[in-house]
Design a protein around this ligand. Structure first.
Ligand SMILES: [Zn+2]
Ligand SMILES: [Zn+2]
Length: 393
């Protein structure tokens, strides 16, 4: 081993120096919310900071304009450890998922690790993963493009209303169910038309009727994304955007088949046609690496944060980290930045994501990530243990 692990006090000291810049970067991203795959400002702010800190930035990684890899090569061969940064926002809500904190805190963690260990072995990188929300599947696309080839472990944290070392994530399919009918004058000759909107309504009723007969862990939820153009025209086109989630990809896929039949039934009844397609990659269920998650937990606990693993009934969302977690050891702990019970994807969470408390907590989370990163590059036993758990399925 060429270097010894920096004490937590050293990581915390580096982070307090980085705190003003971290907060500035976070607030800049928060103030200019950008939707999936259009996060140009966020990428500029983040890569500017990382380049100044000595990271070699590769923009447009994996063929995605708003993805990047910012790597700091060590002085000798060793593990490749990536901190993941998300930075996309939600339509209407802005940064109601707090990705500004993931991005700024993640970059701060990687810079801290490099400052504490300027001659580290291996590679310490920040991988900018765009388009997590709205089924964008940025991480899936990057993995498919080979961006994670050679990455030994990936770490990130997510803000929330409670602190959790591990938390199950649901598998999720992202569907658009389109109906095609026949347009006609809605008063003069409606019988000549066939309403695609009527099909969409019937389809949504069929989904409601199905709800009692799906596993209690399943979630079926959607919006009418196209309900026609004008009240006096029978809609020839209508569409429902629907997410189908459950604890495993296999169960979500089985539910998608039932959703397809519901769409066909609605089309049959209304003499329209239905077409179901996936608007993004299926998000896999999450496999947190507990070896690394516990190391993160021990670190943030030492800094005064109360954190435990989520219980089996803890409410869960979905993320493209699930797909990544099937490919390599990952962690995706949650750090409380808002009052318990504050819903994610809400105006309240957006406001919480820009408070001094949120940035205090992002600093703690960054210390936790920096600890895991430095341990992984310095101590082969840590990566070995993480890998053993990963392959032990
Ligand atoms: Zn979200
Ligand atoms: Zn999120």
């Amino acid at each position: 081993m060429s270097a010894t692990a920096p004490p937590l006090a050293a990581l915390s000291a580096e982070l307090s120096l980085l705190r003003p810049r971290m907060e500035e970067v976070s607030r800049a991203i928060h103030a200019r919310p950008e939707l999936k795959f259009a996060e140009f400002h966020a990428v500029e702010v983040l890569t500017g900071w990382l380049a100044e800190a000595g990271f070699a930035v590769r923009a447009g990684a994996g063929g995605l304009d708003t993805a990047f890899v910012a790597a700091h090569e060590g002085s000798e061969p060793g593990p490749y450890v990536a901190v993941l940064a998300e930075y996309d926002a939600l339509p209407g809500v802005g940064h109601g998922c707090g990705h500004n904190l993931i991005a700024a805190g993640g970059a701060a963690a990687a810079i801290t690790a490099v400052r504490a260990l300027p001659h580290h072995p291996g590679t310490i990188a920040v991988i900018g993963t765009p388009g997590e929300e709205m089924g964008g599947g940025g991480k899936v696309r990057l993995a498919d493009a080979g961006v994670f080839a050679g990455v030994d472990a990936a770490v990130m944290f997510h803000p929330g209303d409670r602190s959790l070392t591990t938390q199950h994530g649901l598998a999720a399919a992202h569907l658009r169910v389109g109906f095609t009918g026949v347009s006609a004058h809605a008063a003069r000759s409606p019988w000549e038309g066939r309403s695609a909107l009527a099909a969409a309504q019937l389809f949504l009723n069929a989904i409601d009727a199905m709800r009692q007969f799906v596993p209690p862990t399943a979630r079926l939820h959607g919006i009418v994304s196209d309900g026609g153009q004008a009240p006096n025209v029978i809609p020839a086109h209508a569409a429902v955007d629907l997410y189908v989630r459950d604890r495993t990809a296999a169960s979500a896929e089985a539910l998608v088949e039932r959703v397809r039949r519901a769409a066909e039934g609605a089309a049959l009844a209304t003499e329209t046609t239905a077409e179901v397609h996936e608007t993004g990659p299926l998000y896999g269920e999450r496999r947190d690496n507990t070896v690394l998650a516990e190391r993160f937990g021990d670190t943030v606990r030492a800094l005064g944060l109360d954190i435990t693993a989520a219980g089996p009934d803890s409410p869960a969302g979905s993320s493209d980290i699930g797909n990544l977690s099937q490919l390599l050891p990952v962690i995706h702990p949650y750090i409380q930045i808002a009052e318990f019970g504050t819903p994610s994807h809400s105006d309240a969470m957006r406001e919480a994501a820009a408070t001094p408390l949120a940035h205090d907590r992002a600093e703690v989370a960054a210390a936790g990530l920096a600890r895991v990163v430095t341990d992984l590059v310095l101590d082969p036993g840590v990566l070995e243990a993480a890998r053993a758990e990963f392959v032990g399925r």
